[in-house]
Design a binder for this molecule. Sequence first.
Ligand code: UTP
Ligand code: MN
Length: 506
Amino acid sequence: MVPLKRRRAAASGSDRPPRSGSTSKSAVRFPHVVIFLLERKMGASRRVFLSHLGRSKGFMVEETYSESVTHIVSEENSGDEVRAWVDSHPEGRKRERPACLLDISWYTESMREGLPVEILDRHILQEQQRNGVGDAVFSVPSYACQRNTPSQDHNSPLTDALSVLAESAEFNADEGRGVAFRRAAALLKSLDWRVTGAHQLRGLPCLGEHMLRVTKDILENGISSEVEATQQSKHYNSMKVLTGIFGVGVKTANRWFREGIHSLQLLRSSGYTLNRAQQAGLTYYDDLSQPVTKAEADAIGLIVKEAAISISPGAEITLTGGFRRGKATGHDVDFLITQPAECAEKGLIAKVVSRLESQGLLLYHTCSRNSYHESSKGPSRPSSSMDYFEKCFSIFKLSKDRVERQKEETSHPDTKTDLRPEAWRAVRVDLVVSPKSQFSYALLGWTGSKLFERELRRWAVQEKSMYLSSHALYDRKQARYLEASSEEEIFAHLGLEYIPPSARNA
Ligand code: UTP
Ligand code: MN
């Protein structure tokens, strides 16, 4: 039995240098997480108990506060109280990035899970006064919808690598893992500085052990063996080709892969019966794998506008998806169509499509009718990426002349280009029709990015007890739907700072 005095001394955050072997009894499982439990208000005996518990689960729990500490955990303290304590302890100052100040709930949840859980907003102690270098890093919020993510990426070698692992997880139908890698990639993409050392990432949210290992490999050796192996694997490469066919999802591609279909050639010669979408996807594969340019998107925008207005003069057409976020190219072009008069939009898509078809502009299309029902009891599913708008997934036959002509007319309005022999390319186009009352939600939902949308819905449920979809926002506490006439209002309902489309490239 250790004498009480010695136990006390060991438990308090004294000025002694950090002792090695703070987890001497168990192997350290999470070397990037160095925890310091603040005794203030927690009490010495509870601190000793919690420290032992953490160490027994492979956590590094330091007895003394030092520059190596990444997570300061306290109980019943305000953020300002902990900050004041930290500021009065110079031994932590040498840290390039300050440690995160966390509530005990993060620690107890991590104990329960047996690993450092993702740092959520509710775990972070709120501080009134924040100052000092490096704070910016630790104020990186954990949800992508709380951050600005421009299209410029300062950490593309890292984000590309994590995206490969995300894709690979998705190809293995492991959605949870896929999302975790996507979140990690999005976090690094949101940084407006280039990461040069793994130590700079300690304490950042969304970066689990696995992600830190991969980024460390790339930062130190230029490559990650795991990513290299993935990119060379037969499954990954075949899945990339097969899921790249319009109309083919992960499930179908995996079934074909298991049956030995590993390439387009094998699929073409297999004699398999393909559905209409897949047939079109295979026929126009080369064109559809070429990026769509902004000039092409604009040319299609004019065609769609002409068609919609000729049918319904008040129709409003908005370019959404990646192009609305300012991306220079995309895999398709997304449009949202609405009508100032409620209900006047009903059946519009069928008429627009039949007009485009009569002009010979469609290579493929499939339309669906609006099937949205608003239940007074709230949505049946918490937060869904599914929407029930009237819409059309199509493949356009886009004349290259039309694009060139329009480009020239925009830059030299007086010149006329002679028509050249017909040359065209296939382009994927999504047309979505929304009632005016749901337009802001539809616009927000169709602007993306996919991860940004997913994070918005997760934020809504986890932090606000609300259900968000491309149709509506339902507040469970008030048991009612919240109306919005702009995207800004939706962000406000969600208690989020407004993020413009150009900063939603998560
Ligand atoms: P896209 O898949 O078109 O992505 O979906 P993108 O961001 O425009 O990127 P690229 O350049 O085409 O590759 C655009 C948005 O529309 C939503 C997605 O969630 C995404 O946010 N969407 C897409 C739907 O809500 N429903 C769909 O059926 C398809
Ligand atoms: Mn798109």
